[in-house]
Design a protein around this ligand. Sequence first.
Ligand code: ACO
Length: 333
Amino acid sequence: MKKDMFQGAKIISTGSSIPYAKVSNEQISSVVETSDEWIFTRTGIKERRLLTQYGQSIVELASEASIKAIEQISMDPKNIDLLILATSSPNDLFGSASKIQYVIGATNALAFDLTAACSGFVVSLVTAFQFIRNGSYKNILIIGADVLSKWVDWSDRSTCILFGDAAGAVILQSCDVSFNSILNFHLKTDGKYANYLSIAYKENFDPHPVLKLYQGSFQYISMNGKEVYKFAVSQVPLSILTCLHQANLSIKDVDWLLLHQANERILMAVADKLSISSDKIISNLGQYGNTSAASIPLALHEAVQVHRIVANDIVVIAGFGAGLTWGSVVLRW
Ligand code: ACO
């Protein structure tokens, strides 16, 4: 570990990856009793991408997003010191980060998974920032990736309409503290409501005949949509206000509001509570649905690519979801 203290951190590159298969609301309507009109008016979603190729997993999507971010700045992957994979849908419960580390050739990087559902990218960004701030690492690859299509009950119309698969990646690099772009963060968890959103592990009724221990398997996603909605709309604005206030900033300073892409109505309600004009909201829900940990880095990558987000913009990102866990980060781009 290096001895330099209090380094700044900057996002120097972004990348993303989406599966090839595009599935519209009309197609979903042939699977469960629903309609394009119901889905669009309740969620803002028109279509989503689903990982349909046999044998493919989060590893391919996350690796592709990472390679794009690395190639964009012609970085040697061997210079990456740490790789954090934010996901709730690894293809191995021991973690998928190490497989990605191998695929992309980041042979000098420590790699681990971080599970915080739809807040995973925000929590990972803050985690990475700590390693940079204390001088431990210089270059960190942060990936948000989920393939919740593998964990959705495709006969449950209350959840299957919402989710899509994707990956997004950013490279966070240390810099002089005067150029630091992570101005503040605010993170919270309330485990009392963990059952509002879960992919629960369920034990079999009968124990092992000799050892008398119980084994089981993971279930499909279950969600209390109304409670999740109320939680997001009440807690996310508070988190953002706290975060801005502590950074001596106000709503007027915000150029872009980039929330976890869960539901267009949540995005609008949060912006409304904060009195932020809707043209400052970044949204790509219509095309991708809720891509969980991938949604923020995917939308960030797109907004940067088309020069919507430009140097010195104040960008507020906020994640919320299972846990329940939520939080915000204020960035100066
Ligand atoms: N198509 C047609 N009808 C449906 C569908 C569907 N896909 N799903 C539910 N309905 C029906 C219900 O059966 C119910 O019918 P009933 O009145 O006859 O009982 C009616 O529509 C209303 O159902 P609600 O669940 O009350 O619908 P609501 O208006 O709350 O909208 C939604 C549901 C869109 C899920 C909303 O609650 C929501 O957005 N919640 C937030 C969920 C969310 O964002 N989750 C992810 C965030 S966290 C994370 O990203 C992991």
